[in-house]
Design a protein around this ligand. Sequence first.
Ligand code: ZN
Length: 342
Amino acid sequence: MDSQGSWVVVGLDNGGNKNNATVLDPGKGCLVDGMVETPSRVTEGPEVAVRELVQAFDDILKRTGVARERVRAVGLDTPGPASANGVISSKGSTNFAHDGWAGFDFRAALEARLQLPVIYNNDGNAAALYAHHVCFGADAPCHSSVSAIVGTGLGGGVIEAGRIIKGAAGMAGELGHVHIPMQGLLAEGQPVPHCNCGFDGDAESVASLTGIEKNLLPYWLTRFPGHELGKTGSLAKASKLVRSYGEKGDPMARHIFEQQAMAIGRLFTIAANFTDPSAYFVGGGVVETAPEFREWFMGKVRENTILREEQARAARFALVPDLDMAGARGAALAALEHASRA
Ligand SMILES: [Zn+2]
């Protein structure tokens, strides 16, 4: 295989259970088509986790037949919260519960082990960058976009002129914690939803799995007495099942997802007046569904995104593609951008 060619970058996506790796050749694109997963072992603390990432790096080079000397930079993405430079929050988080993670400089530790520049992004930002590049290709630097990714929380990112907006403290693009108007979104007698971050009525309090469990499902079960999901004995369990009910057209589940779509639309309306992006991307479990449900959901998002006529003509709505690979590929794109400037 080619070991004398031009330079490449590697993307490493670090998740709660798995690492996913890719190699990006500026001339040829990604050198692996699918997922290349290895255990992340983050629950065992930073030392073990860094070792596993080095292993993932070595493995992906071996698999693609790329010589280590050709790697110019490495992109790393992890779930948050972390600083713009990859220092894990001292408050800890779901993925980084082990004591060793508090305040750990993940980026610098990996850089020291690999002896290569490591460029850090949180997973939402990496996925947003990937969606942006898939949509705009070579024109990526001429466009801006906003991505909302619905998972346990509401992640995503803001891209301006092809680059991730990180902010002074690395906390830009925290779309989930933007307050959105609740008037006309909440049903009669529905309490104002609360978010883990402490806010009431932000986007994540509605448009997230946590929002379903803590806020939406408890209310909607009172409106649909006797619904099967009220008999599971656990809101956590029931909230994970709402999507499959939604796909089957269940009226209660559709109310829940309509509220999520409204929340995302209202968030995009704020984005429209803030950065006026060229594209609005939606990702996550809510759109990784049967086509009918996905289209219904995206239609509701559009309906609730209030754009001026000129904006509606200029903007597009799309899905975040290949979400399971978006982290590694977005991390690699960020490394590519860094390496191109070097
Ligand atoms: Zn919040």
